[in-house]
Design a binder for this molecule. Structure first.
Ligand code: SAM
Length: 431
């Protein structure tokens, strides 16, 4: 059957929604993928994620090729050109097909008069490709990060910043979390092997397996039955550290979409879990995930800064606070983060984290355990945040994670390991 849509124009629209309207790709894509074939969904994802991953490279090339960029109502065509160049440099799509489809994208975007321009710019790029890419490699565009973020990463990690940037620019590995209720990790590893899927266990995180080649979830043994969940290894580490036990009252604060809620319940199916998030829409996903895995938690909408309104006077044995953060540790999974965040967001997020920490701490029982986690690599949200908290709360003791001088454990993104993640484990001493 002949397709009635132009995939390149849809990719250009998705990129416009991210860059011009500040929406995240994971919000935008599901709607756009609805009316396209299964086969094309993967390609649309690749075009959008890929273009946003290497955006500065594409922008730099277009600056060299065009006297002035397309703006205003023609801005989406600028993104169409980026999608065109992305295909020529980073995909195996034959150049003639990439060109023809991208040029047709101008018609789908109701700018048929710009077909000639799109064709001309892309052909000019093809002729100069090698020289342009080589010259770009001598500029800061080669880092593929906004300068404010590059500067922050350099400052925080003077020795490791290049390795971090390199990891951020790679495609992420696919990690699974084996559901302990059904199988041990070794048992599931054997099931994967029997299905011809190679995987390796994480050396530290108990339930984590890395697929050597990413696979569709439909290929994974027992995915529909809840035997396994797709979740990064570092994200799994926070629940290992929390060490939930049956019978405990556990608060999972900032829980949506429920990746850690379900992990807590797989590890301790008889724990009483209250899962809270401020975002009603995202809570729908928590309930879906609980249903797929046939687990039960009390799910509530609420603001972490106002526990009275959703917890009354309740206190908890354990609290997992997976705080809202810059997400600078998961850039390889969500390259749009680089263009959605602003420098000023960091201080604002650190302020919000501190407010939630202060509001929730009194809800921890004496001798209770709190794990504070973020998927950030910036010290303002992590070690500096917890250092200040420990200073102001002498009854809070840091355990298993770092020193008072440098509290918490900071994972950095790495090709064969998990995402960038931070955890600090605190115990409330009994008075
Ligand atoms: C890092 S995500 C949580 C991921 C989740 N724990 C998981 O494992 O699937 C951070 C969450 O914090 C929520 N959030 C942001 N501000 C909040 C607030 N003031 N109170 C409660 N939740 C908040 C966001 O809606 C978002 O779902």
């Amino acid at each position: 059957m002949k397709t009635t849509y132009n995939l390149r124009s849809i990719a250009a629209k998705a990129i416009s929604q991210v860059l011009d309207q500040g929406q995240s790709l994971s919000t935008v894509l599901p709607g756009l993928q609805k009316n396209i074939s299964e086969k094309d969904r993967g390609l649309l994802q690749e075009l959008c994620f890929g273009t946003l991953r290497v955006l500065p490279q594409l922008e730099w090339c277009l600056q060299q090729l065009m006297a002035k960029p397309l703006t205003g109502k023609q801005r989406t065509l600028h993104y169409l050109l980026m999608v065109g160049i992305y295909q020529l440099v980073h995909t195996r799509i034959p150049a003639h097909a990439a060109l023809a489809e991208t040029v047709e994208g101008a018609v789908a975007l109701k700018r048929p008069q710009l077909k000639g321009l799109i064709n001309g710019v892309l052909r000019q790029f093809q002729r100069q490709q090698e020289d342009l890419i080589q010259r770009m490699e001598n500029t800061d565009s080669r880092y593929l990060h906004p300068s404010w973020l590059l500067n922050r990463i350099k400052k925080a990690y003077p020795e490791q910043w290049e390795a971090i940037i390199e990891a951020n620019n790679q495609r992420p590995p696919m990690w699974l979390r084996v559901n302990r209720i059904h199988h041990s990790r070794d048992e599931y590893l054997a099931l994967l092997q029997a299905a011809g899927i190679d995987a390796a266990p994480h050396p530290e995180y108990a339930d984590a397996l890395r697929l050597l080649t990413p696979s569709a979830v439909s290929e994974l043994p027992g995915f529909a039955e809840g035997w396994v969940t797709v979740q990064d290894a570092s994200a799994q580490g926070s629940v290992d550290l929390l060490d939930p036990q049956d019978g405990e009252m556990i608060l999972d604060l900032c829980c949506a979409p429920g990746g850690k809620t379900t992990h807590i319940l797989e590890a301790a199916p008889k724990a009483h879990v209250l899962a809270v998030d401020v975002d009603k829409q995202r809570l729908v996903r928590v309930n879906e995930n609980l249903q797929r895995l046939k687990l039960h938690a009390e799910v509530k909408q609420g603001d972490g800064r106002e526990p009275q309104s959703w917890a009354g006077d309740r206190q908890f044995d354990k609290i997992l606070l997976d705080a809202p953060c810059s997400a600078t540790g998961v850039i390889r999974r969500h390259p749009d983060i680089k263009w959605l965040r602003r420098d000023s967001d960091i201080a604002e997020l650190a302020g919000l984290q501190r407010e939630i920490l202060d509001a929730i701490w009194p809800r921890l029982k004496p001798n209770g355990v709190m794990v504070y986690a973020t998927c950030s690599i910036l010290p303002e949200e992590n070690s500096q945040q917890i250092k200040a908290f420990l200073h102001d709360h002498p009854e809070a003791q840091l355990v298993e994670t770092g020193s008072l001088e440098n509290p918490g454990r900071q994972n950095l993104p790495h090709a064969e390991d998990g995402d960038g993640f931070y955890y600090a484990k605190l115990i409330k001493s009994a008075k």
